[in-house]
Design a protein around this ligand. Structure first.
Ligand code: ADP
Ligand code: MG
Length: 393
């Protein structure tokens, strides 16, 4: 079922509450990366051009349900005003008399940003009174915050009991790309899963095994699969309690005829440090006391080859400790292979997206998801409460 978007409704003269994700990195009250604010501009321009009065709501950081000055969204209002080239009013709270009066007086074409939703514990608890107070500010909800839509929070789920909800343009793009991977993937479909731990990504791996032609596993989690095959892994990150699971996933891949690629060589280090002694070894020769922190060059080449003729690529999780240059080669090689491929490419996960940016290949990726956990849950085939709450077309 296709979801209704801001293009499907008439917003002229309406008060439109837009749930955005302005959870931007800040240092000493200054925004250090405004990507998330920029990303919402197309949705906001569409609404403003069509005569809506726009009320924006977001969370920032983890203030744990009480006002914390360092998590104020006031700097985001300032930045948004610069990006839009127009005034952005700021309400010192997201519910109650202050935003109510400001929302009431807001004219078509004007913008109001509400203070951090998570200054109220009812946001994450999905409190009905809080949701109703938010809903009272507007006529319709636009959800453009994919990254929190796997949570049934008041501003993405509760509020839709009182207001009709449609998708913003960012949300539309997320649903469009991610559902291609879930419902009608092009083949060959190659998924690359990496990152720290198997336990974070069991659900997605199981689900991908029912859909992909090739599954590439790298990063810290590959060590658990390497150990499951009986190799010594030294001091590598291995989840002992997931060895049986790794074995069953390997068996499942085999039974389904999925080609599962694990690293055949790794870069090992004598300690977890950027300046550690490091060398490339085959997975059957990981020295005692050393740890695998990256995939080796032969693995990089094998993985890149497997990506070359893909029609659809999904990538979540770096191939190594890419934050340290000595262990970034595997992630870099995969990033370049994904970028060079003619496939539709989808990258999700906070660290994977950071890696893509570090390698400077963002523009060569079809879709960079704005939601780590949300994109994983979507790829697992789960119904995301915030998306389920958006009305169907
Ligand atoms: P994402 O945010 O893209 O979903 P994860 O959070 O699952 O990715 O994993 C990213 C982290 O995994 C990075 O901080 C990286 O340093 C770490 N990592 C990758 N490979 C290894 C490894 N071999 N050993 C330890 N940590 C690793
Ligand atoms: Mg991460």
């Amino acid at each position: 079922m296709e979801k209704a978007t801001i293009r499907d409704i008439d917003v002229a003269g309406k008060k439109v509450l837009v749930r955005v994700d302005y959870n931007v990195p800040m240092e000493n009250g200054a925004i250090t990366d405004d990507t998330r604010i920029r990303a919402t501009i197309p949705t906001l321009r569409h609404l403003l051009a069509n005569g809506a009065a726009v009320i924006l709501a977001s969370h920032l950081g983890r203030p744990k349900g009480a006002p914390v000055p360092e998590f104020s969204l006031a700097p985001a209002a300032k930045r948004l005003a610069e990006l839009l080239g127009q005034e952005v009013a700021f309400a010192s709270d997201c519910v109650g008399p202050v935003p109510e009066a400001m929302a009431r007086d807001l004219k078509p074409g004007q913008v109001l940003l509400l203070e951090n939703l998570r200054f109220h514990k009812e946001e994450e608890k999905n409190g009905p009174d809080f949701a109703r107070s938010l809903a009272a500010l507007a006529d319709v909800l636009v959800n453009d915050a994919f990254g929190v839509s796997h949570r049934a929070h008041a501003s993405v789920e509760g509020v839709t009991r009182y207001l009709p909800a449609v998708a913003g343009l960012l949300m539309e793009k997320e649903i469009d790309f991610l559902s291609r991977a879930v419902t009608s993937p092009a083949h060959p479909y190659v998924a690359i899963i990496g990152g720290a731990k198997v336990s974070d990504k069991i659900g997605v791996i199981s689900n991908l095994l029912t859909k992909v032609d090739t599954l590439i596993i790298g990063g810290g989690m590959a060590n658990t699969f390497i150990a499951a095959q009986g190799y010594a892994t030294g001091k590598s990150l291995v989840e002992e309690d997931k060895l049986e699971l790794a074995k069953s996933l390997l068996a499942d891949a085999k039974a389904r005829g999925v080609r599962l690629l694990l690293p055949g060589d790794v870069v090992v280090a004598d300690r977890f440090a950027a300046d550690a002694a490091a060398k490339v070894v085959s997975i059957d020769a990981i020295p005692e006391g050393w740890m695998a922190l990256d995939i080796g060059p032969a693995s990089s080449q094998t993985f890149a080859q497997a990506l070359a003729d893909a029609k659809l690529i999904v990538w979540n999780g770096p191939m190594g400790v890419f934050e340290m240059d000595a262990f970034a080669q595997g992630t870099e090689a995969v990033a370049k292979a994904v970028a060079a491929s003619a496939a539709t490419s989808i990258v999700g996960g906070g660290d994977s997206v950071a890696a893509i940016e570090k390698m400077g290949v963002q523009s060569k990726i079809s879709h960079i998801s704005t939601g780590g956990g949300a994109s994983l849950e979507f790829l697992e085939g789960k119904v995301l409460p915030g998306i389920a709450a958006i009305r169907d077309k």
